[in-house]
Design a protein around this ligand. Structure first.
Ligand code: ZN
Ligand code: ZN
Length: 335
């Protein structure tokens, strides 16, 4: 089969690879669409010791199942494989399972004609759902999970809250779209890339600003700050921007050093929420939201053939892409 292989730092090679070798409980799927994630970019930059080349990346995927009880059905993959029997899995927080595994990390991923996945990690989608929309179920679930945690502890409904999103990549944009869909009306979004800001402006979900030149417009007065970057700089901005009693939701994983103002967090009773991935319930809710077009028509997604995947990674690396998400499709489905 054809696959896009991460072969070295900043090197992605489109080449022939052996078919996936399913483990016990796995099925094989023909990939219809697979989206490039920020974590794939992290690997591409050589910054992820869990993703060692040569490796087929990709874990945001929609495809048609070849074997097993769902054979012939188009489905979405929940790429997070968990044990299903530990304390966290049994209490509905499978994202915290210590035995979790992700395709495109230690196991081969989905930037290929085919991918193997545990059968129990398949999720049904409506027959007429676009594979492009379906392929962004996983990042949507990440945004949805973060916002669900905020809603659980917030004192007021989202519709009454001033929200700030830091970072206009896929998670940041999807977070703004989910906030809007859930009734939030005051959403500001900081993004350094002008192309991306212009693309986000077209969605009318948030007021964008350039964090290199400007402070968040209502700094010090945000009820909720979603840090979808997760760097020392954005943690610092989050602490300054949040109002007393507000919530900082930490979603991004760019670096782990510094930024939090523990004095302000303590004196002003700021809640800091960590977020990791999603549960199956978040994945299902995301499929519904995407299918019902509650997050808009998704026309901001950039669709490209798998064979041009190396260029896509290079374009993302150099900030040449307006779209917050590039989705790759096997060439035979596009040409
Ligand atoms: Zn992802
Ligand atoms: Zn578990």
């Amino acid at each position: 089969m054809k696959a896009l292989v991460y072969t070295d730092t900043q090197e992605i090679t489109y080449r022939d690879e052996p078919q996936p070798s399913p483990r016990v409980g796995d099925v094989v799927m023909n990939v219809s669409a697979a989206a490039i994630c920020g974590s794939d970019m992290h690997a591409y930059h050589g910054h992820d010791e869990r993703r060692v080349p040569p490796l087929i990346l990709g874990h945001e995927v929609c495809g048609t199942v070849i074997d097993g009880k769902h054979a012939g059905k188009r489905m979405v993959i929940n790429p997070l494989m968990t044990c299903g029997v530990c304390h966290d899995c049994l209490s509905g927080r499978s994202n915290l399972c210590t035995k979790r595994e992700l395709i495109g990390m230690y196991l081969q991923g989905a930037f290929a004609d085919q991918v193997a996945i545990e059968e129990r990690n398949l999720l049904e989608i409506p027959d007429d759902m676009s594979p492009i929309s379906a392929s962004i179920t996983e990042p949507t679930a990440t945004a949805l999970h973060a916002i669900a945690l905020v809603e659980r502890i917030a004192y007021r409904p989202l519709s009454e809250m001033k929200c700030l999103v830091l970072g206009g990549g896929a998670i940041g944009l999807l977070a703004a779209l989910v906030l809007k869909a859930k009734g939030a009306s005051q959403i500001d979004l900081g993004e350094t890339n002008a192309l991306r800001r212009a693309s986000i402006d077209e969605q009318h979900c948030a007021t964008t600003y350039d964090p290199i030149k400007e402070q968040p417009p209502h700094s010090g007065d945000y009820d909720v700050v979603l840090d979808c970057v997760g760097s020392g700089i954005t943690r610092n901005v989050s602490c300054e921007a949040v109002r007393p009693g507000g919530i900082i939701s930490h979603v991004g994983l760019q670096d782990s050093k510094g930024g939090f103002d523990s004095r302000k967090i303590t004196l002003q009773e700021v809640t800091v929420l960590g977020n990791y991935c999603y549960t199956t319930a978040d994945m299902k809710a995301s499929i519904d939201m995407l299918y019902q077009e509650r997050l808009g028509n998704l026309n901001w997604i950039d669709v490209r053939p798998m064979s041009a995947g190396g260029q896509a990674f290079d374009d993302l690396h150099n900030g040449r892409v307006a779209a917050a998400k590039i989705v790759l499709q096997p060439d035979h489905l596009i040409n």
